[in-house]
Write a protein that binds this ligand. Structure first.
Ligand code: ADP
Ligand code: MG
Length: 254
């Protein structure tokens, strides 16, 4: 059973008297447990597609089945209910709220979960568990501003996990991070995919980061140009073992 299946999906924007086919006649399927990268130049329709697959928007025509349920004609509220209970989101700029602390940020998606109502104690316990998965349970009560970029992205990953999603959608999750921190984020995503069988759909511009996934879809003009498995998959833990910081090399020389 496919987690994601689209049939002749179409997203058309009308600007003045011009039609822009952002997603064009796209038929695609993704099984539960896959780790897929979408690559493509700016303007090729990646965001339009991610918005539909993430239940943030509906197609102009065609069908989208999520877990075999047709969600292409749902109203905003029903779409939101499905989105909150099934999908976690990670963004390039983390999108955390800086007015509330780490724990409250992670709790936030649970407040919008229509399917499951958690008591405050359950919310705190689930937030704690998610934060321990990303190695930040000792930062529960920190302010967002006290964290590095990499730590903020890990908080965002913890937030994406609290409603036990089947799918995580990551839009350029390493776009604002340095190399080592990017590997750390990819290690967490690979672990979630392998150990918890969470499906991941990621957009990246980096051909290297794409090699951490299992399947790469190249997108052009709203449709698939190529779709192939990653031949030589990179494991983040191997990269992190090889990645010896310059300072420690320096110390060894001294
Ligand atoms: P990408 O994420 O690959 O850069 P987008 O999905 O953002 O691609 O855009 C695909 C095409 O659709 C572009 O030509 C863009 O200008 C157009 N487009 C995207 N969003 C809108 C919108 N809300 N209104 C009108 N045109 C849009
Ligand atoms: Mg985009």
């Amino acid at each position: 059973m496919a987690l994601i299946r689209t049939e002749h999906l179409q997203k058309t924007y009308i600007i003045g008297d011009m039609e822009v086919h952002a997603v064009h006649d796209l038929s695609l399927s993704v099984e539960q447990g896959e780790f897929v990268t979408i690559m493509g130049p700016s303007g090729s329709g990646k965001t339009s597609l991610m918005n539909i697959l993430g239940c943030l928007d509906v197609p102009t025509s065609g069908r989208y089945f999520l877990n075999e349920k047709d969600v292409s004609r749902l109203k905003r509220d029903d779409l939101a209910t499905i989105r909150n209970s099934m999908i976690g989101f990670i963004f390039q700029q983390y999108n955390l709220l800086t007015r509330i602390n780490v724990m409250e940020n992670v709790i936030l998606p649970m407040l919008y979960n229509e399917e499951k109502r958690y008591t405050r104690a359950e919310q705190v316990r689930k937030a704690e568990k998610s934060l321990s998965i990303v190695g930040l349970n000792d930062r529960m009560h920190f302010e967002i501003k006290q964290l590095s970029g990499g730590q903020q992205q890990r908080v965002a990953i913890a937030r994406s996990l609290v409603n036990d999603p089947s799918l995580i959608m990551a839009d350029e999750p390493t776009g604002a991070l340095d190399t080592k921190t990017s590997y750390e984020v990819m290690q967490i995503l690979q672990n979630l995919n392998e150990q918890m069988n969470i499906s991941i759909l990621m957009v990246t511009h980096s051909p290297e980061i794409a090699q951490f996934s299992r399947r790469i879809i190249s997108f052009r003009d709203g449709t698939v140009l190529s779709d192939s498995p990653v031949e030589q998959r990179i494991m983040a833990r191997d990269m992190l073992m090889q990645h010896i910081p310059k300072e420690s090399l320096q110390r060894e020389v001294e």
